[in-house]
Design a protein around this ligand. Structure first.
Ligand code: ATP
Ligand code: MG
Length: 346
């Protein structure tokens, strides 16, 4: 088992270092190899995703990614900017399923903007499709409106589309993941208005025939947004398209109020994946030793669970995180009165 380690920029290297220490504390030792990515890739090889880095990511069983980006690269041409590295990795590794858990440990319930009883113990997983939807559909652009009340006026337009194989493969990931958790899946769509999402609903319903042990419910995205802030604990696994997933997963993340705590995974068809914290490179606090490493450590746990087939080891790491929180240790981002403030390395 080989893990590609891509620390990146900003707080990336400091938080990834802590995850490596945690991995090294497990009984089983994994081969790890590091390579520069993002701004660090640009500094070392003139490109955010250097050839050697991509090769390493391709040959590894999983990728542990820190974060990329820094203000000082804002003036570079777009293809040379650090953020291009993650897009290039997603594309080259054919990662299509983005898994974003939103977990709120009872000890941190005070960090949420919602009432503690509504969110305490929240543990949901949003699965966002990454390759289709209105993000990539052609044609798109600005043109003279061909019809309608404003015919001839300028209009912006995009094309929403989802192919059957794209929906089927994300539905399989969703049902299989739900099977390993609470056996409940909510498929979020807008089938009442959009053809694309009526099709989505029909295909998900068809795939469900292979997973009769999982309870499937369909929900319109507007209702899902409402339920997420009203009674989020009613959800277990949510699967949805690229755009709805983008919006709902950010909303769900904020329910927990602690961006430094949330891991994420992006998987391909063979469960190979890239694992990274949901937050960015946080250049404002880089090098100060105050960044919260838990999102990255929990990303390493997801890596063990989904790509390396080591669920028990993943449980151990997640339990260790719970113990550390219960013991009262907190990095500044989640620090409250009555808890003990510690730095990244501690
Ligand atoms: P990106 O575009 O890469 O997602 P962003 O602009 O959304 O980046 P982040 O880099 O995620 O922003 O940072 C947002 C805020 O959260 C910053 O103030 C940052 O310091 C803080 N932050 C992010 N990650 C952490 C962390 N692990 N620990 C503590 N604070 C963090
Ligand atoms: Mg962001």
């Amino acid at each position: 088992m080989k893990i590609a380690i891509l620390p990146g920029d900003g707080i990336g290297p400091e938080i990834v270092d802590q995850a490596i220490k945690v991995l090294n504390a497990l009984d089983e030792k994994f081969e790890m190899e590091s390579a520069p990515v993002g701004g660090a890739g640009y500094e070392a090889h003139g490109h955010p995703l250097p050839e050697g880095t991509l090769k390493l990511a391709k040959e590894a069983d999983a990728v542990l990614f820190g974060a990329v980006g820094d203000w000082k690269y804002d003036t570079l041409d777009r293809p040379l900017r650090p953020e291009q590295a993650i897009l290039g990795l997603r594309k080259n590794l054919q990662l299509f399923a983005n898994l974003r858990p939103a977990i709120l440990y009872p000890e941190l319930a005070g960090a949420s903007t919602l009432k503690p009883e509504v969110v305490s113990g929240l543990d949901i997983l949003i699965i966002r499709e990454l390759t289709g939807d209105i993000y990539f559909g052609q044609p798109r652009g600005v043109r003279a409106a061909p019809d309608g009340p404003f015919q001839g006026a300028r209009e912006g337009f995009d094309t929403m589309r989802y192919s059957e194989p794209e929906i089927r493969r994300i539905a399989h990931v969703a049902f299989q993941t739900a099977r390993k958790r609470g056996k409940r899946l909510t498929s979020v769509d807008k089938a009442n208005v959009l053809e694309t999402f009526q099709f989505w609903k029909d295909i998900v319903t068809d795939v469900h025939k292979e997973y009769q042990d999982v309870a499937l419910e369909h929900m319109y995205v507007d209702n899902a947004a409402m339920q997420l802030v009203r009674a989020p604990k009613k959800f277990d696994v949510i699967v949805t398209g690229n755009m709805f997933g983008d919006i709902l997963s950010d909303a769900a993340a904020m329910l927990t109020g602690s961006i430094g705590m949330l891991p994420s995974a992006s998987l391909d068809a063979n469960n190979k994946g890239l694992y990274e914290p949901s937050h960015g490179s946080a250049p404002d606090i880089a090098g100060k030793g105050v960044a919260n490493p838990l999102a990255t450590i929990l990303s390493a746990a997801m890596m063990l669970r989904y790509s390396l087939n080591r669920a028990e080891q993943a449980d151990r790491i997640e339990n260790a995180v719970k113990k550390v929180l219960a013991s009262g240790l907190r990095t500044p981002d989640i620090h409250e009165e009555g808890t003990q403030r510690v730095g990244t390395t501690e």
